[in-house]
Design a protein around this ligand. Sequence first.
Ligand code: GAL
Length: 792
Amino acid sequence: MKKTAFNDDWFFTQQWDDRLIDIQQDDTVHMEAVRLPHTNTVLPFNNFDTDRYQMVCGYVKFFFIPETLRGKRVFIVFDGAAHVADVFCNGTFLGQHRCGYTAFRFELTEILNYGGINLLSIKLDSREKDVPPFGGVIDYLTYGGLYREVRLGVSEKAFIEDLFIRGYADGSFRCSVSCNMEPSDELRIRIFDRDGNVCFPETTVTNGDLSGKTDGITPWSCEHPVLYTAEASLFRDGQMLDSEKVCFGFRTAEFRKEGFYLNGEKIRIRGLDRHQCWPYIGYAAPKRPQQLDADILKYELGCNAVRTSHYPQSQHFIDRCDEIGLLVFTELPGWQHIGDENWIRQAVENVREMVTQYRNHPSIILWGVRINESKDNDRFYTETNRTAHELDDSRCTGGVRNFPGSHLLEDVYTYNDFVHCGWNAGCEPKSAITSDPEKPYLVTEYCGHIFPTKPFDDESHRTAHALRHARVLNDIAAQPDIAGSFGWCMFDYNTHREFGSGDNVCWHGVMDMFRNPKFAAAAYASQSDGHPVLEIGTTMDIGDYPAFMLTETVAFSNADELALYKDGDFVKTFRPTDKFAALRHPPFIIDDFIGCLLETRDHFDAVTAADLKTVIKAFVRYAEGPYSEEMLAAKKRLNDRGIKDEQIHDLQNQYMTYWGDGICTWRLDAIKNSKVVISRSLTPARDIRLDVSVDCCDLSEEDSWDMSSIRITARDTNGNLQPYCSRALKLSASGAVDLIGPDCVPLMGGMAGCCVRSKGVAGPGQLTISCDGMPPVRIDFSVRIADKEELH
Ligand code: GAL
């Protein structure tokens, strides 16, 4: 089927009216002209009424269908409409789709006006009722609108409905094609690689199935996500009637009792949970930002996996996961609540749609077939498991629960383990949770609401947040029978009043809503060897600690060791802490800011310096005591050597308290293979500036509008984040780009962001970010508009 983008020239109203079913073109003047993806309401960043997007809204589109299409079949394909869509064409009701997270199509063939103008009308109910995930409370917003792309499909009478290919690491594959063909028609399959080289020659398929083996393929893996294309073609009397291509990989993904194996090799899953939302526009983001999130997970956060909590997400996102080798656990829409029989029937249908629409993606390794954190319901879940297995015999099922000993109808016990609260074990042992130790076990959430963390929380809080994530990662890594884990969650998200911090935000992310990393992001980033990482849990400013005393901080790095310097003088070398020994790169505990300075700067002998350090540290930590015997003995030795308490206090002020003691510069060098790979200097800031990271400056409109995300941080001259900088930023877009959201935003925790969108005009565009007291930043964009495909 040939599909043409159908995202432009829609008209929208927040209030559906039955007259939209046969509205005249002139009457659309009362409606808003929109392009898809579209959100039914643009929301503030936080603190709003979530009823605002709950409405029955309407979309209409007039379109010309050429006479040449008479005799063909024509379909309208929606990639996602939140949440219940009634579709009409030329006044005729075509049907209803009752899931906001899966694609659907209706056939228009019989009711089109060929050689004339036609009308599509969509009544879209975005209220949270009747269908999954609705019926209870939900800790995320569900938004509304035609928030994914729409396409018009044209085919001959006979066409290929579906092509499903399972490729395995040994080069074998099984292909199933469904096609409404005549008995004399011929269906052929061939496989080729990314360069177009044929790996499996065109072969006739009988009864819709074909199995075979190709030689010399490269298996799809996280490191080498090599993709192939399978092409099915339908022939009648030697003429090709239709052809369908899908991207796939040759890979063998298995969950075994003792973990997850990709192509026979055990891989520990290390991922984060992701919602599909952005500030202001909710779900309605086009391809580029979807891809960006996958890139951030893999390349910035060093993850090898993502869970699409709690629904199937954009095909653009999953396509990118295929391309870059990010493993995906995707699940049916739902959150704790199970509804009545109709609701359950719809949920089973959602599993059917999810599996059939996503099963060619090599990145997807597991289907979630339970409503997230719902109670046992054997009848329901027997059916969801049966459906998933019947439609895809190559993947395991899981189902996320939040209690131990649940009825295990799935292949993998997937569990949200929130046991860690800062001081205890990072996770439960598998044996304490699963009802069948012979089956695989995977942790699907941790942290999250247990320790919400805002970017503007104080240093100790942000550091504790990061250490909690590291603790869970470590303790899971230490238990070889846990397949891995997903942490809650990738970024902060808008939520309902029952959740969050009274502002419609769950500050649960390791990034903020604009994808700026919090300190906890470094717990993930430092586990990868992709690029040198060094993030420090302090700015070394004294004001963030009681009595201005900082005795210990944490650094995350993938280096071998860290060397600390004070005003250029070497202090000490630190090795990764052995308290997180199961991690590939444990954090560094920086707990000695004196190091060898008493010897090198003040020329004390080694024994005296050691005693001084013991005493100074005890003074700092315990102020008025009680002191340990070791400390008291050291102090006595010092006094015996003529070093009075007064001098010790002076040294304490000089080395540990820094109260009004002038400004010093700390430097931490990360050393790998004896070379400094990254270095950070910390000193109280004199000047700050805006640091702006732009996803992409060259926007391109192909199937729909394009968007670029801009991450903004306030940094000092050493490039360090200024976490308490809370100034207002003025944003102004011009030329070929428009701003999404407000034109004035605050820095929160020293971080902010914004997005610009193309508007159907080619040429240059600018965004200027200004802030009193800092030089403005201007970003130049260019927008390219691809030629529109004509219907013929
Ligand atoms: C879980 C839930 C998630 C999110 C998280 C917050 O129970 O599955 O959707 O609400 O808690 O920590």
